[in-house]
Design a protein. Sequence first.
Length: 615
Amino acid sequence: MDEEFSLIEPSSDRTERLDAIEKLVVLWDPSIYHLPVLRGHYFHTVDEVISLSTCGFPDHLQARAERILEVTISRLEDKFGRLMMRNHFLTETDLLSVSYQSISDHNSHRTNTVTSYQYNQRSHNTSTHSRTNSGSTHSRTNSGSTPPTSSDTNTHSSGIVSFSSNSAGHPDEYRSPQESHFGSIVDASEIFIGDISDMKAIAHRMIHANHGPRLARAFLTACSEIVINDFSLMGFQELTKEEAQTLPWDALSREMKNWVRATKVTFQVILPRKRWLCDEIFGTEMNGAVFDEAAKSSVMRLIKFAKAASHRMGSAKIIFHLLSMYETLIDELTGTERLFADMANEFLNEVEGTIHDIGKAVLGILPVWLDDLAENHLSRTEKIQEGIHPFTKYAIAYISLLVVNHRHSLNILLHDEVVTVTGNGAVLQGQSKMTPLGHTVLALLSNLNSVLENKSEKMEPGKQEIFLINNLHYVLNLVKDSVLKLQLSIDWFQELHERIDMLLSRYLKLCWDNVLTFLINKNLRQRKGMMLFVSTYKAVLRQKLKKFNSAFEATCSSQSSWKVPNPELRQEIRRAISEMVVPVYKLFLAENHLDPEMYTPKSLEDTIFGLFEGS
C-alpha cells in the first residue's frame, strides 16, 4: 500500500498530524473508493479531521484545519450525491408492477377510498393541530427497517437489497439512464448494502461536523435530479397553466394519462423509498424535515400540472382524464397517509385543494358535457337517416363509461349538487330514491332525447317518428341491459315505454289515416239510398278502392327505404299498421261485395310486413 494511504499514526506534533491528513485528503483517488480497506481508512481520516478541527488550534493552524475540513466535507457531499444517483432510478419492473396494480385494484377499493377521503376532508379542520404536533407512525428503526415495496425485499448473496423480485446485478454493471434504453436499466432500483452503509457513514460524519444542512442539500439535489429523470422515463412533462390552455387536445390527453401513471409511481414507489432512505440515513432528528422537502420536490411538480389541467375547458372528453386524476390523488394520498404524518399542513392543504379544484372542474363540465359531445360529433355527420343515429350509440357508450369507471367518485362529487332534468319537463315520482349520479344520468339521457328531437325536426312527418322510435328503443334496451339500469328508477322505463307508444300512435295517424279515408266515408253511406242506379254506386266504390290502392302503394313505396334495425321493434310496428289497415280493408270489401283489384287481404298484409327492411 502506498505510504500516503496508510493509517495516520497519532503524533504529538499537531502540524505533522495536519500535514499527514491534508496529504491523504488531497491525494485521495475516488476511483479506488470501492476497496473496503481504503474506504475504511478514509472514513478514519475524516474522523481525525473533525476531531482536530474542534481541538482549539492556534489561529494559523485552526484556519488550516477548517480548510481541510471544508475540502473533506465537500468530497463527502459529492460522494453522497453520487451514491444517491447510482441507486434510485426507476426500472421497468417498478412501472409494470404499479400499472398492474392500478388495473387490478381500480374498482375494488374505489368506494372505501373515496368515502374515506370525504370523511377525512370533513374532519380535516379538527385534526390539523394533531397532525402538526404528532410524530410519524412510520417505523424509524435504523437497523431493522426495510424498503417498503409492493413485493418482498430480497437480499442477494452479493450484498444487494433489491426492490424487485427478479433484479440482479453488480455495481460495475450500472449504466446511467442517458446510456440505457427504457427496458435496459436492470440495476437502477437496487440498493447496495455497502452503499447504504457508506451513505449512513457519510451522514453521521457530516452531521457530527455540524454540516447537516449541506447533507440535506445533497440529498434533496439528488432527489430533484432523480425525479426529473423518473418523470421523463414515464413520459410525463411539466406544464404551465398557459401551456395547458394551448396544447392540442390529443397531446394534453396523452400528458394527463402520463400524469396518472407518474402520480401512482410517485406515491407507491418513489416516496416510500425516500421515506425509508431518510429513516435509514438521517435518524429521528432530521428525517422528517428532509423527507418533507424531498416529497415536495416530487409532488408539487404533479400538483402544478393538475392545477393547470383542471382549468382547461372546451372538450367533453377531458372529463374522463380529470376524474382519473381526481381518483388517483385521493387513492394515493389516502393509501400513503403514514408517509405524510409529519408533513406541514400547507403542503397537504395544497394537495387537497388540488383535489377540490379537479372536482370543481368535473362539476363544471357535466351540465354541458353531452351538448359538447353532440356539437363535436354531429358536426361531422353529413346526412340524418331514420335508423339509429351514430350519436345515440356514441352518447350511451360515453355515459356508460362514466358510470362504470367513476360512479363512486361522481356520487361523492354530486352529493350536494342540484340536477335539473331537461327535455319534456316530466317529473318522475321515483327520483327521490335515486343516487346523485342517478339524477345526473337521468339528466344526460333527457338531454340526449332533446338532441334527438332537434335532429328529427329536419325530417318529414312519419319519418321523424320512426327515427325517434328507433333511437329511444335502442336507448331503452341498452340501458335495461347495462349498469345504467341500477342508476334509474322504474318510472323512467315506464315513461320511455309510454313515449315510444305515443310516437307510434302519431306515426300511424300521420302516415295511414289518410290512406284509410278512402275506405271509411260516412257521406258515401248516406248517399247510397239516393243513387238511382246500383252501377253508379258500384263505380263510386271501385273508384274509392282504386284511390286506396294508389295511396297504399305510394305510402309503402315512400317508406320502402326506411329501416328499423331491431327485429322485434320492426315486427311491432308492422303489426300495428296491419291491425289498423287490414281489418278495415276486409270490412270494406265484404260490406260492399267487392272483389279486390290489386291486393287481397293476405297480399296487403304481406306488403305491410315487408316494410322497414331498408334498401
